[in-house]
Ligand binder design. Structure first.
Ligand SMILES: [Cu+2]
Length: 488
C-alpha cells in the first residue's frame, strides 16, 4: 500500500512550483508589443514543477484575431526545439481576452512565446517566466485512507491467490485438501507474505528517497548576509541555498546555482532596496558593486538614522533567472556619503493616499479610480508628475533606461516586487528572451517617458496593506513618491 501511496504522492508532487523574480509575488505581469499589437500578459506559474502555468493575454486593440502560446527554455537547446504552440481560448464575453494553460516541465528560466494574429499580420513577443517548486503538496488524509484500504485489499487478494493456487490447484471440485496440500498452502502463504511485505518495504524506501529529493528542490528564498564595516561600508555576501536545474531526479549531490554568472539588469549587477521597519518611511535604491565575479558586493551607505532595516537585493543569473536575496538588519546612525550616480532615497517619506510631494513643489499623483483593488488581478498603476500648478512635468527623463521604477511592498515586508513600465519581469531576462543574448541592447525597453505619466502593470498576490514606491527622474534629479495601497 505504501507503494501505491508512493506513486500517488509522486504524482501529486509533480502537480505542485512557482516563479521568483521577487519575494512571494510569483505572478508575471507584462506589458509589451507582439509586432503591431499591444498586449497585457498575466502569467501564473504553477506552485510545483512540473506543473501547469496559466496565461491570460489582453489585447489592447480591436484588431487581434488569435493568440498562440508556447513555453520554451530561456537558453540551451530547449530554447530552439519548439513543440507546437497552443491556441489560447478567446473569451466569449470579452473578445479582447485570451486564456490558455502551459505545461512547465522543469524548474528554471523559461520564456513564453506569444504569437498574435490579426488584421495587421502576425506579431510575436517573448515573456520571461521563472519556474520554481515552492512546496510539496501533502496527500489528503481521506485519499490516503482510501488508497491504504485499496492497497490492503490488493495485497490480501494477491496472498489469497497464491495460497489458493499452491493448495487447491490439483484438487477436483468439492475435494478437501490433503495434509500435504495444506502444507503446500502454508508454504505458499509464507512466500506470498514475504513478497508482499518486501514490496511494501522496497516501495516505501523508494518513495521516501524520491520525496526527500523532491523536497530538497523546493525553492528557498536566499538570505543575504550583510555586515557593516567600520568604514560605514556595507558588505553583502550572497546566499546560495538552491540547487541548479536538474534534468531529472538525481540522488547524487547536485550542483548549486552559480553565483559568479550574474548579468547586469538595467545597468547594474545588483539593485539593493533598503526599507526601514516597521514604518517604511525611509527607503533607498542603491547599486552595490562587486570587484570580481563571485565576490561579495559592497556599498557605501548614505546617511541613515539608526533603526531596523529590511534589505532586498535583486540579481539576475546568466540564464535570465532572477532572484531576490533578503535580510533584516539593525543599523546604528550612519553619517554616510552623498548619493551618487543612480542611487537614490531618503529617510523622510510620508506615504500618500493619492498625492505625493516631490521636490520643488512638484507632485506625483496616483491616477486611480475609487474602485477597490482586488488581489491577483492585473492593474495598471498610473502616476502623473505635475508642477505646483497642476501642469504636466515637461522635464522627465529616463532613469536607468526606463520611464520609472516601482517597488510594491506589503507592510509586513514579506511581499516584494520590483516593477517597471514593461512589467514585473527582470529586464535582463526580457532582453535575453527576445535576442538570445543579454548584451543585445536595450531597444525593447520603454525608454524616455512619452508623457508626464508612468504606468506599471502589476497585481497584488494576496489581500492586505501595501506600500508603493514610485521612482522617476526629473530635471536630473531622482524623485520618489510613496503611496498606501490596499488589496481586497
Ligand atoms: Cu528598476
Amino acid at each position: 500500500m505504501h507503494t501505491v501511496r508512493g506513486y500517488f504522492l509522486l504524482f501529486l508532487l509533480f502537480l505542485s512550483v512557482s516563479g521568483v523574480a521577487h519575494v512571494n509575488s510569483p505572478d508575471v505581469y507584462y506589458d509589451g508589443y507582439a509586432g503591431p499589437y499591444h498586449l497585457l500578459v498575466t502569467l501564473r506559474p504553477p506552485t510545483v514543477v512540473p506543473g501547469v502555468a496559466q496565461i491570460q493575454v489582453r489585447a489592447l486593440s480591436d484588431d487581434v484575431n488569435g493568440i498562440n502560446v508556447l513555453p520554451l527554455r530561456m537558453i540551451g537547446p530547449g530554447a530552439k526545439m519548439a513543440p507546437l504552440p497552443d491556441t489560447a481560448k478567446r473569451s466569449a464575453d470579452d473578445p479582447h481576452l485570451f486564456t490558455g494553460s502551459l505545461w512547465i516541465m522543469a524548474r528554471g528560466s523559461w520564456k513564453v512565446q506569444i504569437e498574435a494574429a490579426g488584421q495587421k499580420g502576425p506579431g510575436q513577443m517573448d515573456v520571461p517566466l521563472p519556474a520554481i517548486s515552492l512546496s510539496s503538496q501533502p496527500l489528503q488524509r481521506s485519499l490516503g485512507i482510501l488508497l491504504a484500504v485499496l492497497g490492503l485489499a490488493l495485497a490480501a487478494g494477491l496472498i489469497g491467490i497464491i495460497v489458493a493456487a499452491s493448495r487447491d490447484a490439483g484438487l477436483k471440485a468439492g475435494e478437501a485438501p490433503a495434509p500435504a496440500q495444506a502444507r503446500r498452502g502454508r508454504f505458499g502463504l509464507a512466500i506470498a507474505a514475504t513478497i508482499v511485505i518486501g514490496a511494501f518495504v522496497f516501495g516505501n524506501q523508494w518513495w521516501g528517497k524520491e520525496a526527500s529529493a523532491n523536497a530538497r528542490l523546493n525553492y528557498k528564498v536566499p538570505q543575504l548576509r550583510p555586515t557593516l564595516l567600520a568604514s560605514g561600508q556595507l558588505r553583502l555576501a550572497l546566499d546560495n541555498p538552491n540547487e541548479a536545474e536538474p534534468t531529472r531526479f538525481r540522488s547524487e549531490q547536485p550542483d548549486r546555482i552559480r553565483l559568479d554568472d550574474l548579468l547586469p539588469d538595467h545597468g547594474h549587477l545588483m539593485h539593493l532596496f533598503i526599507v526601514r521597519l516597521p514604518d517604511m518611511q525611509a527607503f533607498w535604491h542603491l547599486h552595490p558593486a562587486q570587484a570580481q565575479p563571485g565576490d561579495d558586493f559592497t556599498q557605501i551607505l548614505p546617511a541613515m538614522p539608526a533603526g531596523q532595516y529590511r534589505l532586498y537585493a535583486d540579481i539576475v543569473h546568466h540564464t535570465g533567472f532572477p532572484e531576490t536575496q533578503v535580510a533584516t538588519m539593525d543599523l546604528p546612525a550612519i553619517h554616510g556619503g552623498p548619493l551618487t550616480s543612480d542611487d537614490s532615497g531618503s529617510s523622510d517619506f510620508t506615504p500618500a493616499d493619492k498625492v505625493a510631494q516631490l521636490s520643488g513643489g512638484y507632485r506625483m499623483v496616483w491616477q486611480k479610480d475609487n474602485l477597490p483593488i482586488k488581489a491577483s488581478q492585473p492593474y495598471w498603476f498610473r502616476f502623473r508628475i505635475e508642477d505646483k500648478d497642476g501642469k504636466a512635468a515637461a522635464d522627465l527623463e529616463p532613469y536607468m533606461g526606463m520611464a520609472g521604477h516601482a517597488v510594491f511592498l506589503s507592510t509586513d515586508g514579506s511581499i516584494f516586487a520590483h516593477v517597471h513600465p514593461a512589467g514585473s519581469v527582470a529586464m535582463a531576462a526580457v532582453t535575453l528572451a527576445e535576442n538570445g543574448s543579454a548584451n543585445a541592447g536595450m531597444e525593447t525597453m520603454h525608454h524616455a517617458p512619452a508623457s508626464a505619466e508612468v504606468s506599471f502593470p502589476y497585481g497584488f498576490p494576496k489581500p492586505g496593506e501595501y506600500r508603493i514606491f514610485v521612482q522617476v527622474k526629473r530635471g536630473g534629479k531622482i524623485e520618489t513618491g510613496e503611496f498606501n495601497a490596499k488589496a481586497e
